[in-house]
Write a protein that binds this ligand. Structure first.
Ligand SMILES: O=C(O)CCC(=O)c1ccccc1C(=O)O
Ligand SMILES: [Mg+2]
Length: 326
């Protein structure tokens, strides 16, 4: 049973957290935190998302705060460092925020960016990581098939673990997968899972080798686990620049996946200049703990969103709650 709107709003706190580096075109991250019977939970769809899409994020928040969370199979999760599309001179300082991480996900193909800069960023990561580190790139669907093929060839000397969402559509993913198969570079799908009408289509179409799954957009831990079971592909559990509370939801999902062979995108608390807890879920020896997170009243107050932004978020919660009820 979902909590009534009144119960949800009773504990809602809206925060605005500064980022260490610009990411996805934003430099502050807004989120709503709720306290349910299970503890703290998070609702943080990006501000430009429509209500229909955001409602799944609310379902996830409710599930984690009020529902049944599966018993974890592991108590720590290996995480990757997440490198925004920064200049070469900034790479080392960003990676230093992810102690012990043997895998780096590099953002590439940003609007207005140049392939030469993406290649230079990846080259710098390889130089810092050494030959044993793993490097994956995430294009967020920014290339067409030819651009993706050119880019993947350009990255070949740096030995990629996989390429995440090189192109936007499932058809394009299927095509680029065939074109680079001879190079042995797997294709991972992210937006093609979390933004699709049918999250299993990309798997059924044979358009990806790996699925990137995020608890919030997929409607929560249990819903994402159903996708893991039905897709029959290896998965990477990731997040959406969540606070440590949202990351704890992702950690429980990662801890419940039967086979977890890839490092997970759950280290991003390191990209926040402020968090909501005194014990943030950041990497230690390349791993985060699987645990619930207690928030600090003092931090909630210090990073409270403005009255106007708070009203905007609470109205969004109300609309999404109505969508889930309808
Ligand atoms: O997977 C990671 O390393 C961190 C999460 C991440 O990259 C991300 C964060 C916010 C929005 C989109 C994405 C993405 O994977 O595309
Ligand atoms: Mg991605």
């Amino acid at each position: 049973m979902n909590p009534a709107l009144h119960d949800l709003l009773a504990s809602a706190r809206v925060v605005s957290l500064p980022l260490v580096t610009r990411f996805r075109g934003i430099d502050t991250r807004e989120a709503v935190l709720f306290h349910g019977p299970n503890g703290w939970t998070e609702f943080s769809p990006f501000v430009e998302y429509e209500d229909a899409e955001s409602a799944s994020w609310l379902a996830a928040a409710i599930d984690f705060g009020w529902g049944t969370t599966p018993t974890p199979l592991r108590d720590r999760i290996h995480v990757n460092a997440t490198l925004p599309a920064v200049g070469v001179s900034e790479v080392e300082a960003v990676l230093a925020r992810f102690p012990g991480c043997r895998t780096v996900k590099v953002k590439v193909a940003e609007v207005g960016g140049l392939l030469a800069d993406d290649v230079a960023r990846v080259a710098r990561v390889r130089e810092l990581l050494g030959p044993d580190g793993r490097i994956r790139v995430d294009a967020n669907g920014g290339w067409n098939v030819d651009e993706a093929e050119t880019a993947i060839h350009a990255f070949a000397p740096y030995d990629l673990e996989y390429v995440e969402q090189p192109c936007a559509s499932v058809e394009e993913l299927a095509e680029i997968r065939v074109r680079v198969k001879y190079m042995g570079i797997p294709i991972a799908a992210d937006e093609s899972v979390r933004k699709a009408e049918d999250p299993l289509l990309v798997a059924r179409a044979g358009a990806a080798n790996i699925l990137v799954l995020k608890a919030q957009p997929l409607g929560g831990v249990a819903a994402a686990l159903n996708i893991v079971r039905d897709a029959g592909l290896p998965v990477v559990i990731s997040s959406a620049l969540d606070t440590s509370v949202g990351l704890s939801m992702g950690a429980f999902l990662a801890a419940s996946v039967p086979e977890l062979d890839f490092d997970c995108g759950l280290g991003t608390a390191a990209l926040l200049a402020a968090d909501v807890t005194d014990a943030p879920l950041v990497a230690v020896d390349g791993q985060i703990e699987v645990r619930r997170v207690d928030v600090s009243d003092e931090l909630l107050d210090r990073h409270a969103a403005s009255a106007e932004r708070t009203a905007w978020w609470l109205a969004r919660v109300e609309r999404c709650h109505a969508l889930l009820a309808g």
